[in-house]
Design a protein around this ligand. Structure first.
Ligand code: CMC
Length: 428
């Protein structure tokens, strides 16, 4: 039997055969079904894209019910255990794990692109001392498009490759500059002897010492966190990256939009919101009252729930383990006990169980970042650094996909019917 869906229009009795490919029907196949007269045909109504695939992708696989996450087929648990962020970024961008020679060259190239143009530094100096680092980050990424006009050649493979290097390499420098600016400390230039995450820690925390020595535990923990955040298929910010990129604008402008989408508290801003929530709860005895308020609809339990995961987010499991290792070095974050108690109650409470609300990646990541010395406002930026590799991989896949065109959803118009303009004195 052919893989098709038979649709019978009860109004006319007419029968339509619509092919099913890769578990989907094409919405445009529904256009042959006319709604009335010679209109453009039947459309599907799907606010928030709850059940619409907007692309075919080879990058990230998620099974939300089983709690599975894979990059290019490799389970996230294996990558977190064995890989580094730079190696994983290579995998996400180029489709295969690198050979030793490829990894050496990739690392060399990234290391050589970490410096920021001095004028970028000046631009960043213009922000208020208390500017939110994520606002600074997304503005600076957008400003990159004016520094690298060659990025407009989006169908030139060599040019694209150059922007990939620049973006992956320079986002930690932007983040570190934004942080140092916010605390009034001088900028630290990249140290090419250090690893990707070791150098990031150097640019953030170096004081007067001649050579910064990152803690190997914190360096590795950051690498794991970066691996976990590198891609997550068609989430809000990635859809923004693809949507904006579909107009064929340069990748920096598209990525500024993606970073703006990530900034929101329902997406990458959730880790910041979790910490604010835990601080507000303040002590263990306030946890039951807080849960009661959430159940009454007076706010959300931040760091819980996910559009796709309807079981424990596999990233949250790995982060919980990493947290223990970090706390051995930094001392335990006092908010951890509140988080554990919230999780304990939520996992057995009917409200959360029936809605399949489990901890997501952001529930514990903020506790680690705080213990490492980051202010909460830096948390979304720490999400954006590794997600950069995912955003550009998805952007490039979109550009080279012959199925793709400029993103332009349909709407169901429910406003006023046509009427004539009334002069001001006749209104009222
Ligand atoms: N606390 C309390 N109730 C919740 C929560 C929560 N965190 N999340 C969902 N619900 C309830 C919601 O009120 C609704 O209940 P009802 O059916 O009675 O109206 C039901 O669960 C379904 O929620 P939804 O809003 O339809 O689910 P969604 O798929 O649209 O939203 C979400 C997903 C992640 C935006 C949402 O779960 C949420 O707001 N979580 C808190 C913010 C957060 O942690 N975001 C980080 C997501 S993971 C990192 C990333 O990839 O960005």
């Amino acid at each position: 039997m052919a893989d098709t869906l038979t649709i019978i229009d009860n109004r006319t009795g007419q029968k339509y055969e619509v092919p099913i490919t890769d578990g989907a029907i094409r919405s445009t196949d529904l256009r042959q079904i006319k709604v009335g007269g010679d209109d453009a045909g039947l459309v599907t109504y799907d606010p928030a894209f709850m059940n619409t695939a907007a692309c075919r992708s080879r990058i990230t696989y998620i099974d939300g019910d089983k709690g599975i996450l894979e990059y290019r087929g490799y389970p996230i648990e294996q990558l977190a255990e064995n890989s580094t962020y730079l190696e994983t970024a290579y995998l996400i961008l180029f489709g295969e794990l690198p050979t030793q020679a490829q990894l050496t060259e990739w690392t060399r190239q990234i290391t050589f692109h970490t410096m920021l143009h001095e004028n970028i530094k000046k631009l960043m100096e213009g922000f208020q001392y208390d500017a939110h680092p994520m606002g600074v980050f997304l503005s600076t990424v957008g400003a990159f498009s004016t520094f690298y006009p060659d990025a407009k050649k989006i169908f030139d493979e060599q040019s694209r490759q150059k922007q990939v290097l620049r973006l992956v390499a320079k986002v930690p420098s932007i983040a570190a500059y934004a942080y140092r600016h916010s605390i009034g400390r001088p900028y630290v230039y990249p140290d090419n002897d250090l690893s990707f995450t070791g150098n990031f820690l150097n640019m953030l925390f170096k004081m007067t010492e001649l050579k910064y020595q990152p803690s190997p535990v914190l360096e590795r923990a950051l690498d794991i966190l970066f691996i976990l955040h590198a891609d997550h298929e068609q989430n809000c910010s990635t859809s923004a990256m693809r949507g904006i990129g579909s107009s064929h604008v340069d990748p920096y402008s598209a990525m500024a939009g993606a970073a703006a989408a990530l900034y929101g508290p329902l997406h990458g801003g959730a880790n910041e919101a979790v910490l604010r929530m835990l601080t507000e709860i303040g002590s263990l005895q306030n946890v039951p009252a807080f849960i009661k308020r959430v159940k009454a609809g007076e706010g959300r339990l931040m760091g819980f729930g996910h559009r796709v995961y309807k079981s424990y987010d596999p990233r949250a499991k790995i982060i919980k383990k990493t947290a223990d290792e970090v706390f051995e070095v930094t001392g335990k974050n006092p908010l951890l006990d509140i988080a554990l108690e919230l999780e304990r109650i939520a996992l057995q409470d009917d409200y959360f169980v029936t809605r399949k609300l489990y901890p997501n990646v952001d529930f514990y990541s903020g506790l680690i970042y705080q213990a490492m010395g980051f202010p909460v406002t830096m948390f979304p930026v720490l999400f954006a650094i590794p997600r950069t590799s995912g955003w550009i991989a998805q952007w490039e896949e979109m550009l080279l996909d012959p199925d793709q065109k400029i993103a332009r959803p349909r709407q169901l118009y429910i406003g006023a019917a046509k009427r004539d303009y009334a002069p001001l004195e006749q209104r009222g």
